[in-house]
Design a protein around this ligand. Structure first.
Ligand code: FAD
Length: 377
């Protein structure tokens, strides 16, 4: 049950259209796109046409001009559908950075294409030697006349292999610590910008995730996004948005795993009855149902607070940590209830189990979330 009054009729209509879109245009192609390691470019444009990309971006920049619940609805429906594609969520996050910190020229140049799905964006923070400890990044952006020159390497970048532009986190003043980090909008066709491998993952296989290399990539000073030296703070400025996007997706994915397992247990004969008739199955599923309801109530409360401006980064850290652990816990229990079938890729629960695992690692690892929560004590 959802919190009364959170979503209105228009929200529900949008949800319905996203649900239909995923069911008819995305999910049927999962196996082919898993094998390809990426989705068709056309699907980006279809998602754009539906208003799924940059839904909360004002219409003057090509967005749907909707309220900030819309990206959450899209993230929820992605979780529900089993189409574990984080790329559109990342695209929304990029749009928000540009809307918030971009110059008028940058907004005009990038936002319409991003909202239409004609342009694909990525956020390139992590490096082989620096993930959680972002201050340890080694990518630099050296000022040279009217340009900056970027050198370095990034890894695990969602949308990296297919991106047309990357928001690159680089040090403009390596001696200044957190105050020496800046953001740059770097076009993928710039000389010296090379894409490495599309990395092979445990799950989320249809989502491309890759390495990016910057070998003396020259960009004009107008590529700086936001204020020089403030990149770290820009990245941290809307953490509730990013963490809640993962949280709503996690609860929806957990519910989906639970529902497919109830259906399976009802149909599976066991000892002259069904799997669902066994007391352990009912007890386990009852526990999962309760935990999902608790998680849902928590994220709904934080979503309402987010709209009202009262949900802070620590609240969202609690949600990100707890809901992604919930998703993994539910997926694991559901695999167990499926028995051997739960280990076979023919069954959607197996995919749900593999897809879930990364949610505890990215978006700020769950250890980072615990650390942040611990600091409030
Ligand atoms: C599928 C996927 C998609 C991703 N997409 C992107 C992307 O689009 N852009 C991007 O920039 N990055 C992306 N990442 C990278 C992701 O954000 C990092 O993997 C994550 O931040 C952890 O960094 P790390 O891998 O370097 O691990 P490390 O920082 O080396 O951490 C290793 C372990 O140590 C733990 N740890 C860290 N700090 C502490 C501490 N203080 N105390 C105790 N334990 C600690 C961590 O939680 C983790 O368990 C993605 C990763 C994955 C798996």
């Amino acid at each position: 049950m959802r919190s009364p009054g959170l979503f209105d009729t228009e929200h529900e209509q949008f949800r319905e259209s996203v649900r239909r879109f995923l069911e008819t245009e995305a999910v049927p192609h999962r196996e082919a796109w898993d094998a390809a390691g990426r989705i068709d470019r056309d699907l980006w444009r279809s998602a754009g046409a539906l208003g799924m990309l940059g839904s909360a971006i004002p219409d003057q920049y090509g967005g749907a001009g909707a309220d900030r619940l819309y990206p959450f609805i899209a993230a929820e429906e992605l979780g529900r559908s089993g189409f574990a594609f984080a790329g559109w969520t990342v695209q929304d996050i990029c749009c928000q950075y540009i809307l918030k910190y971009g110059t008028e020229d940058q907004k005009q140049a990038w936002l319409p294409g991003l909202c239409a799905g004609d342009i694909i964006a990525s956020v390139a923070m992590t490096e082989p030697g620096a993930g959680t400890d972002l201050k340890a990044i080694r990518t630099t952006a050296r000022r040279d006349g009217d340009d900056y020159v970027l050198s370095g390497q990034k890894t695990f970048i969602t949308n990296g292999p297919s991106c047309d532009v990357a928001i690159v986190v680089a040090k403009t003043d390596p001696a200044a610590g957190a105050k020496g980090v800046s953001l740059f909008l770097v076009e993928a066709n710039r000389p010296g910008f090379d894409k490495g491998r599309n990395l092979q993952k445990l799950g989320q296989k249809l989502q491309d995730t890759g390495e990016l290399f910057f070998n003396e990539v020259r960009v004009p000073a107008s590529s700086l996004l936001g204020t020089e030296g403030q990149g770290f703070f820009h990245l941290m400025s809307d953490l509730p948005f990013e963490r809640l996007l993962i949280s709503v997706n996690a609860v929806a994915a957990a519910r989906s795993a639970f529902e497919m397992t109830v259906e399976y247990a009802r149909a599976r004969p066991l000892f002259g009855a069904t799997l669902l008739d066994q007391q352990n199955s009912r007890f386990r599923l009852a526990e999962l149902k309760t935990e999902i309801a608790v998680g849902q109530a928590f994220v709904d409360q934080l979503l309402a607070g987010y709209l009202a401006g009262t949900t802070n980064g620590d609240d969202a850290a609690m949600a990100k940590y707890w809901t992604t652990e919930l998703q993994c816990r539910v997926a694991d229990a559901c695999v167990q209830l499926h028995g051997g079938n739960g280990y076979m890729l023919d069954y959607p629960i197996t995919r749900a189990y593999a897809d879930a695992r990364a949610q505890r690692i990215y978006g700020g690892s769950n250890e980072t979330m615990r650390d942040l929560i611990g600091r409030t004590l």
